[in-house]
Design a protein around this ligand. Structure first.
Ligand code: BG6
Length: 513
């Protein structure tokens, strides 16, 4: 599966955008925070470097700690140097980027700050020609999302009179079904749904977007993409990192809230969805929600039979000893927060009836890998007898990260006089086929928002459906805390024993990615 050499990014032909980004001002709430430093500013810098943004563009950073524009620029320059892919700053690009950067000391809950912001935006429009188009990026603690939108609304900053106004809302979007609904309700008092961009950075990953291309631009896979040919699907989202100093947040979250309800479900919906009637944001998202609406609800019994939780104890990662979750900073010594979960999902619809989707996600696992493995049914008849029966059936593995690519595993004859059969891989690797650095998820997503394309953002219904599905799991586990018997997997392993049994009860086993 080799692609022809260097294919041009379809978005840019001869350095021209197919859809040109309009002039606009980007306002970052929480500009001195971690996300802004690590992801947002480096992504915006790259977009300028790649000439994907127009000259009429400006960034206003908002934050509580007073800083001059110059101090802010210095800080951001250091962030670009530290966190951008290339780890270098191109002085010429930086000069033009820095000229667009400014800082406004601001307090999210103080109405007068929004008045000042409005004035500053007027100035920016006059000086930078940003034409009243505004993107507000809420990179602040979740408890401030609704407040910031309310204040923006009351200050008249959400009105689209002179230009467009869009708001990017970071994760986590709620902590339960009730809180997600409430948040949607509060936000939509001041904004139209079409102005709201709920970010899920997994959707910005190149390989996740490739799922759509792979499925719907090829003629050969879709006819087999159903219960007739597919035995089951495995989705693995494994991290080697622990909670990385975020113990306080993670204690209240756990892997179901942190990863499964959002990132994993987004990926899953792209695997399970029907072909959309067009690539418009609404058509794609309609199909995704339709798939998730057919996902079987969990109840107490299903949670007991088809959901498994785990928490890591001490172990070693890459040969280095690491502490257990309960020893991490900010974590209770008797914590029952799950750092690993495996669940069996079923899509009760025409395409997927009877096909289990096994999903697992966890921290401090053996390897960092996110992949989707489609396991096909075995050939109907074992013509080659035992030699064939011992092989695992064909598998199509879509690697989302790292080492992005797609592998099809097929049986082949081992050369020689005796007929022996072995699995071989047909491989497509992004690195080898395209020879380009894949863009960071945030680059793509921020650009999409500026372009007004919300396809890769979560719509209201999807955020609520994610919570709807996981609430019974969280409730059941919450009610049976004492049964958790944590820690139950060693750091550096593949998770709890229960996850192995989950598949064994169906006569299947997890792939070793
Ligand atoms: C974040 C979670 O949303 O995604 C983190 O809060 C997690 O806990 C991260 O580590 C994983 O993202 P990625 O892109 O490294 O797979």
């Amino acid at each position: 599966m080799e692609a022809p050499a260097a294919v041009e990014n379809p978005l840019r032909v001869g350095m021209r955008l197919e859809r040109a980004a309009e002039p606009c001002a980007v306002v970052i709430f929480g500009a001195s925070g971690d996300l802004a430093r690590r992801k947002l500013i480096p992504a915006l810098y790259r977009l300028v470097q790649e000439r994907l943004l127009p000259a009429e563009f400006a960034i206003i950073g908002l934050g509580r700690t007073p800083m001059t524009d110059e101090e802010f620029r210095e800080k951001m320059k250091a962030s670009v140097a530290e966190f951008s892919e290339s780890k270098t700053v191109d002085e010429e690009v930086w000069r033009s980027f820095a000229a667009k950067l400014q800082f406004l000391p601001s307090n999210i809950d103080r109405p007068e700050c929004y008045g000042e912001l409005a004035k500053r935006l007027e100035q920016v429009d006059a000086e930078h020609g940003t034409q009243g188009n505004r993107l507000f990026y809420l990179s602040v603690a979740p408890e401030f999302y609704a407040e910031a939108v309310k204040q923006l609304g009351e200050a008249g900053l959400t009105r689209q009179e002179r230009g467009w106004v869009r708001v990017i809302i970071e994760k986590p979007f709620g902590t339960s079904l009730e809180s997600a609904r409430e948040l949607n309700k509060q936000i939509l008092r001041h904004l139209e749904e079409s102005q709201v961009y709920r970010i899920d950075h997994y959707l910005g990953k190149e390989t996740v977007q490739n799922l759509l291309v792979f499925r719907f631009a090829n003629g050969i896979f879709e006819p087999m993409w159903n219960r007739q040919y597919i035995d089951h699907v495995q989705v693995t989202n494994a991290e080697t990192v622990g909670v990385e100093g975020r113990g306080g947040y993670y204690e209240k979250s756990g892997v179901v809230r942190d990863m499964i309800q959002n990132h994993v479900f987004q990926v899953l919906s792209l695997v399970a969805m029907e072909p959309p009637s067009s690539l418009s944001a609404e058509d794609v998202r309609d199909e995704k929600i339709k798939a998730m609406n057919s996902a079987r609800e969990f109840d107490g019994e299903r949670v007991r039979l088809e959901c498994v939780r785990g928490q890591y104890g001490a172990g070693s990662i890459g040969g280095k000893p690491v502490p257990g979750y309960r020893e991490e900073q900010g974590v209770a010594p008797d914590s029952v927060t799950e750092t690993f979960a495996a669940v069996t999902m079923w899509f009760d619809n025409w395409r997927w009836s009877g096909v289990p989707f096994y999903v697992r996600s966890g921290k401090r696992l053996a390897k960092r890998v996110t992949e989707i493995a489609i396991q096909f049914r075995a050939a109907p008849h074992a013509l080659f007898g035992k030699a064939q029966e011992e092989l695992s059936p064909n598998q199509l593995v879509i690697r989302i990260q790292p080492d992005e690519g797609i592998t099809l595993r097929v049986a082949a004859k081992v050369p020689g006089q005796v007929t022996r059969i072995r699995d071989v891989n047909m491989d497509f690797r992004y690195g080898a086929s395209f020879g380009v650095q894949l863009a960071e998820a945030y680059e793509r997503l921020i650009l999409d928002c500026i372009l007004g394309d919300s396809t890769l953002y979560a719509r209201k219904d999807m955020t609520e459906r994610g919570w709807e599905l996981v609430m019974p799991i969280l409730d059941e586990w919450g009610a049976r805390k004492e049964e958790a018997s944590f820690p139950n997997y060693e750091a550096g392993s593949w998770g709890s024993e229960g996850s192995v049994k989950l598949l064994e009860q169906h006569g299947r086993r997890w792939r070793r990615p």
